[in-house]
Design a protein around this ligand. Structure first.
Ligand code: NOJ
Length: 749
């Protein structure tokens, strides 16, 4: 079962991973014996103690006392190796059974060396970038004793107002599945037993990204079919890749908070997927079931969470206080507690914590080492998207003598790291200004006049000064975007345009008549239609992290060539949200383009404008579609060939075509394969990404690119809620993005 699932995961991710079976996901017989032996010695109170996670109170003595009493299984937010060892000593030497505590921390896109936010990493369409980023994070975090992270976040995110879109891999289930599985592999390494491995946590299970209106923590109303077709696949892939833990989400879906949702926790995760690791709640999400109106009090909270399949509660302390009585009353069976404790002990054994509980306090620091910085720089190079490049302004050529560096993000060491940075130190951040000076200062004169000093700044005098200074340059580099605080948890926005007076700054710069390159660092896809028009070129790097500066400098000067593609649709106007490529067709499909409202005749007849599912004042046209991004070179796509046009359900379709680099730069193209199931027992998306690959070609080079698509991958949850491939006609595109390419057709018998 495990092997089949692992092979499926390998297929899912093509040949990008070495498909060596990692050993952290197999039920090791030795470990199972140890778990049983230990469990048999535990009192009910000790068992329940394992199910309790606290956040560090800061007071080692106080926490040690609780640990010695057997009241704590895990602690989050301790990152000092000496303190971690003190706590561990209390557990191993001071508690009756010597069970080590599991130290956890949110290590989301780097511990010290900060990588691009996950949404940025997803723009690379390169699982190796995601794996490497997570590996570096694990090496750094484990060096202080952290052995559990709460990542990857693999919520499908189709609403850019939602602040947590920054932490996600964007709107697409397949891209998210591939990147999420790669992150799991990176965090956990080849074996959880390795001291540099940290347990991954697939979160937030499930549907959290569909929060109504993009408001954090809001309710979701996802049908079972949409859950299974859209929101669950990335989690299933993370499970198959060996994720040691899962976290429940804050939202209630269709009336049931995830922390009390037996269907997703027991039936799907344990029953259908065979997960045997830890399910932890989100921060206080157990007790928040009272706010939801799903539990009456703490006792009800503990009963509902544990019976639904939660193993460990994060910070809400209802288990320790309520479970003993609930067991006595028979409302929670001791066998249910035993199962939860087995899951927890199993992960602790897999992590090797019993054999090697302490962290080496004297190891030389691995923070920000050369390899880590190089990997972080690569990640930015691959994840930056070139959205526009009129008159080939980029890369800057030798004719450029003077550049003006402008904008609030040019030298914002804290903000370019983005959200969820607890441990990264801004004094290590390399900003674009610093990097341009250090790397290209001998080739060009650099005028720095920020204009605005932070993204919400509205200083008109600053704008005037910046425009005057910029007029003396050959090219203007405008570093715009969002401060880190404007995205992330509980940081949703109703208006996702550039904040402060950044647009006015750009207008003033455009008025100079000099070419303007906008470089945007943000936690989400912003509504930047006007700003794109004002710019000659646009690079979008999301929040790029520690090495944003050097990578962007090399991209600007052509030492590196952009290859990123949008992992999420860029809308023109926030009122178009949600707008995603894999939508269903309506009976009256939206037409493109709109007539200006001013042209609507007075007292126009009710049906005079036709009937289709557009807005009257905005077409459904996007600013940039999913999968979109330019390069300094050009690529030409040959007509794809299919290995067959009639296939059986167990066949593998081969799709091949010639890709040519027709420009002047060696560069990488992300080639995408989309499919549409034309008629089915339930309506299906107009397009779904099924494969992608990165192809690097020298100028003038051509290569045959081949995709293999098992027909089994066309299965979906149909009218009978069965996962099946339904026979019929399919359309297929091989394309540079989700809007281009000509369809081919094939039939499944
Ligand atoms: C709440 C967040 O939703 C979750 O993602 C995070 O891991 C926990 N807090 C722990 O900090």
């Amino acid at each position: 079962m495990r092997t089949t699932k692992f092979l499926a995961a390998c297929l899912l991710t093509l040949s990008v991973f070495s498909c060596k079976q990692p050993d952290y996901n197999s039920k090791d017989a030795e470990i199972e014996k140890k778990v049983e032996a230990l469990l048999s010695k535990m009192t009910l109170e000790e068992k329940i103690g394992q199910m309790n996670q606290i956040s560090s109170s800061g007071n080692i003595e106080e926490m040690s006392e609780l640990i010695k009493k057997g009241e704590i299984g895990s602690i989050l937010n301790e990152v000092d190796p000496v303190r971690v060892n003190q706590l561990q000593r209390a557990a191993v030497e001071g508690s009756r059974l010597g069970i080590p505590v599991l130290i956890a921390r949110d290590v989301i896109h780097g511990f010290k060396t900060i990588f691009p936010i996950p949404l940025g990493q997803a723009a690379s369409f390169d699982p190796e970038i995601a794996r490497e980023g997570a590996r570096v994070a694990a090496v750094e975090a484990s060096s202080v004793g952290v052995r559990w992270t709460f990542a990857p976040m693999i919520d499908i995110s189709r609403d850019p107002r939602w602040g947590r879109i920054a932490e996600s891999c964007g709107e697409d289930p397949y891209l998210t599945a591939v990147m999420g599985a790669a992150m799991v592999k990176g965090f956990q390494g080849d074996s959880l037993n390795d001291p540099t491995a940290i347990a991954a946590c697939a979160k937030h299970f499930v549907g959290y990204g569909a929060a109504e209106g993009g408001r954090d923590y809001n309710s979701t109303f996802i049908s079972e079919r949409n859950l299974r077709n859209i929101y669950l696949p990335s989690f299933e892939a993370a499970e198959a890749a060996g994720a040691a833990t899962f976290m429940t989400s804050f939202n209630d879906n269709d009336g049931v908070p995830s922390t009390g949702n037996k269907f997703i926790l027991r039936d799907v995760l344990r029953g259908e997927w065979g997960f045997d690791g830890i399910v932890v709640t989100d921060w206080n999400s157990a007790r928040e079931m009272i706010n939801h109106g799903f539990a009456a009090d703490d006792k009800d909270v503990a009963e509902k969470s544990v019976n639904a399949g939660v193993d460990m509660e994060m910070v809400s302390y209802t288990f320790v206080k309520q479970l003993p009585e609930l067991v006595k009353e028979g409302k929670v069976k001791e066998s249910v507690i035993d199962e939860a404790v087995r899951n927890i002990l199993r992960v602790k054994f897999r992590l090797g914590l019993f054999d090697n509980p302490y962290v080496d306090e004297n190891k030389p620091s691995v923070f920000y080492n050369k390899e880590h910085l190089a990997a972080a720089k690569r990640a930015v190079e691959e994840s930056t998207i070139l959205l526009k490049n009129e008159n080939a302004v980029l890369p800057l050529g030798s004719n450029v003598r003077t550049i003006a560096v402008v904008g609030p993000m040019a030298n914002a060491p804290h903000d370019q790291m983005g959200t969820w940075v607890f441990d990264g130190d801004k004094t290590h951040t390399q900003t674009p200004l610093a990097a341009l000076k250090a790397m290209y200062g001998d080739k060009v004169n650099i005028i720095y006049e920020p204009g605005l000093t932070f993204s919400r700044d509205t200083n008109a005098e600053g704008i005037r000064k910046a425009a005057a200074a910029a007029a003396r340059a050959d090219v203007i580099l405008a570093f715009l975007g969002e401060e880190a605080i404007l995205s992330g948890e509980a940081h949703s926005l109703a208006d996702i345009s550039l904040k402060g007076a950044q647009t006015q700054l750009l207008e003033a710069l455009e008025n100079t008549g000099k070419p303007v390159v906008s470089i945007i660092m943000a936690g989400r896809p912003l509504t930047i239609a006007h700003e794109v028009e004002l710019s000659d070129a646009v690079l979008y790097s999301f929040h790029p992290g520690t090495m944003g500066g050097p990578a962007l400098a090399d991209l600007i000067f052509g030492k590196a060539v952009p290859s990123g593609k949008t992992p999420v649709t860029f809308v023109q106007h926030v009122g178009q949200v949600p707008l995603y490529y894999a939508h269903h067709n309506t009976g009256r499909p939206a037409r493109k383009g709109v007539k200006p409202l001013a042209e609507l005749p007075l007292e126009a007849g009710q049906t005079s404008e036709g009937s289709n599912s557009s807005y009257m004042d905005y077409s459904v046209e996007l600013l940039f579609p999913f999968g979109y991004g330019l390069s300094y070179t050009t690529f030409s796509y040959g007509t794809p060939k299919l290995s067959a046009t009639e296939l059986a359900k167990n066949d593998v379709l081969k799709v091949s075509f010639e890709l040519a680099n027709t420009g002047k730069y060696e560069a990488t193209e992300i080639v995408q394969l989309y499919v549409q199931d034309k008629v089915a027992s339930v309506t299906r998306p107009v397009k779904e990404l099924k494969r992608f690959t990165r192809v690097t070609l020298k100028p003038g080079e051509k290569r045959m690119v081949e995709f293999e698509l098992p027909i089994a991958d066309l299965a979906f949850w149909n009218i009978d809620m069965k996962k099946v491939v339904e026979p019929g006609e399919f359309a297929l595109w091989v394309a540079a993005d989700s809007e281009s390419g000509e369809p081919l057709t094939f039939t499944v018998k």
